[in-house]
Design a protein around this ligand. Structure first.
Ligand code: ATP
Ligand code: MG
Ligand code: MG
Ligand code: MG
Length: 488
């Protein structure tokens, strides 16, 4: 079968609706009623209070496709975007949910049925990871492992155990948590991009492209009281998240998310604008990927009301548009062009995400105006940056001063991430903490308040209000919640 991305998303939703789940539309990229999390970064964000028992829904099973952004806080994938085929700033996470309803047996059996029977992935290529505590404090998730081994055509040797980093999910220092089980696919020895590297072994959760993580099934069954105390929860929950673009790449038989019908049309539009041959496009594949990723992210951000600006979420929107614009410049696109790419996003995603169509004018104008603003200062900014970098090289130094980087932003509108891109292209780097310190100092001096606090962007922050109310009700221990307002 030839699947379109649209069919793959709808098939996921229908599969779980047929099994008693309520379809819940994606929540906004801006977490509702939460001043502390920068962006929605997983499907569970809109359900966190349900897990904590402070919110109740009229359903106990849900399915959704959630808009996510991972460009801040604990989950910041920006450095990988464009350099690999599987991490985006904006992406969609497909999820099914049980709020005190079904548990491991059903969650695993349905995931297996959907992947192997409906989507027809080859069972022999699939692996399941389960939790085994390297510290030996928390019980091994033999329950999940047994359920996996009993699935039809599942190779029992494909259950692998991993420790806390990969297979134990905690929302904070205290509160609901539990083991998870992840599904990975073996894309075959040809997919390895580390062939011939001495000592390299292809493995699940390893460092080459052969094994790809696709789906995370989280089983929430404990309440953490302290670093050493867990108690079983009265109600157990399931929270799953599958990378939609990765699933589509598998079902469409392509080696990269960018080759799917979700993102390829954006690269094609860009190629049409540059007039490149296919060989020229491939020689410049990183700019092409970054432009596609960032144009899509900016389109979804503006549709959710996040317009380009100077701080917090708005800074991120500004940064990704300017970053895409600079990559455009590298492949000969000197005039504003991103709106043309954004039009393709609206065209391809507008049916499922009608906010894109509703906000079409704001999106296209917002992007173009931001590119124009950037163009006005780009040349002078680049010149000054290059002088600074040359100065560093002359002195045999490697790190550009954070204050200098901030001056380039304040006077020439060069975002930190962009200055860093350019420095790194020349084997140098930027003092990022110094940039943030200088920005805080500037804002405090100008009476504008903190630039980055309290936009923390950490899971801890996301749960803090809920945890505090639980603590106030005496339902949670006193263990404090760690909170770093400057991490973003
Ligand atoms: P990875 O190890 O590949 O970075 P993860 O373990 O950080 O993924 P999870 O937090 O488990 O990801 O999220 C659930 C799923 O979402 C992943 O299994 C993956 O398919 C997808 N996913 C995670 N991050 C991204 C991203 N930046 N872009 C696209 N898909 C992603
Ligand atoms: Mg990750
Ligand atoms: Mg992972
Ligand atoms: Mg994961």
């Amino acid at each position: 079968k030839k699947w379109t991305g649209v069919e793959i998303r709808q098939t996921f939703i229908d599969f779980f609706v047929q099994r008693g789940h309520t379809f819940v539309p994606s929540s906004s990229l801006v977490p509702g009623g939460d001043q502390t999390l920068l962006f929605t970064n997983a499907g569970m964000v809109q359900f966190k209070d349900v897990f904590l028992g402070t919110d109740h829904r009229p359903y106990s099973r849900a399915v959704n496709s959630q808009k996510c952004m991972r460009v801040a806080g604990k989950h910041n994938d920006l450095d990988d975007v464009g350099r690999d085929d599987t991490h985006h700033t904006f992406f969609e996470m497909l999820g099914n949910w049980s709020f005190g309803d079904y548990y491991k047996k059903e969650a695993i059996a349905w995931a297996w049925e959907l992947l192997t029977q409906v989507y027809q992935l080859d069972p022999a290529r699939l692996y399941a990871t389960c939790f085994k505590d390297e510290k030996g404090d928390i019980p091994t998730d033999e329950e999940a492992a047994e359920v996996w081994r009993s699935q039809p055509n599942f190779n029992p040797e494909h259950v692998l155990f991993f420790g806390r980093k990969d297979n134990f999910w905690e929302m904070a220092d205290t509160g609901p948590c539990g083991p998870c089980s992840e599904i990975h696919i073996d894309r075959g020895p040809e997919a390895c991009d580390k062939k011939g590297v001495p000592g390299h072994v292809c493995r699940v959760n390893g460092d080459c492209k052969r094994f790809l993580e696709i789906w995370n099934l989280v089983f929430i069954q404990y309440n953490r009281l302290s670093p050493t105390e867990l108690e079983p929860l009265p109600q157990r929950h399931v929270d799953t998240g599958m990378g939609f673009e990765r699933l589509v790449s598998l079902l469409q038989g392509v080696s990269s998310n960018y080759r799917t019908d979700l993102l390829w049309p954006l690269l094609q539009k860009t190629q049409e604008l540059t007039g490149h041959t296919d060989a020229e496009r491939e020689a410049n594949i990183t700019p092409y990927r970054v432009i596609a990723d960032h144009a899509r992210a900016a389109t979804f951000l503006i549709a959710d009301g996040v317009v380009p600006g100077n701080t917090g979420r708005n800074y991120v929107c500004r940064m990704i548009i300017r970053r895409a614009a600079r990559f455009g410049g590298k492949i000969g696109l000197k005039e504003p062009f991103l709106a043309k790419v954004a039009e393709v996003v609206i065209q391809n995603y507008g049916d499922f995400y009608p906010e894109l169509v509703r906000n079409r004018t704001a999106i296209l104008d917002g992007i173009t105006r931001e590119e124009e603003r950037f163009q006005r200062t780009l040349e002078s900014g680049m010149k000054e940056l290059q002088e600074s970098l040359d100065g560093l090289k002359g002195k045999g130094e490697k790190i550009l001063d954070g204050k200098k980087a901030f001056d380039l932003y304040a006077t020439h509108g060069l975002p930190l991430e962009l200055t860093r891109d350019i420095a790194q292209e020349q084997g140098l780097d930027v003092d990022q903490q110094g940039f943030r310190d200088a920005m805080e100092e500037h804002r405090l001096a100008s009476g504008a308040g903190k630039a980055f606090g309290p936009l923390g962007g950490e899971d801890v922050d996301l749960y803090r209000p809920a945890l505090e109310s639980l603590q106030a009700e005496g339902k949670l221990g006193k263990a404090g919640v760690e909170y770093n307002p400057y991490e973003w």
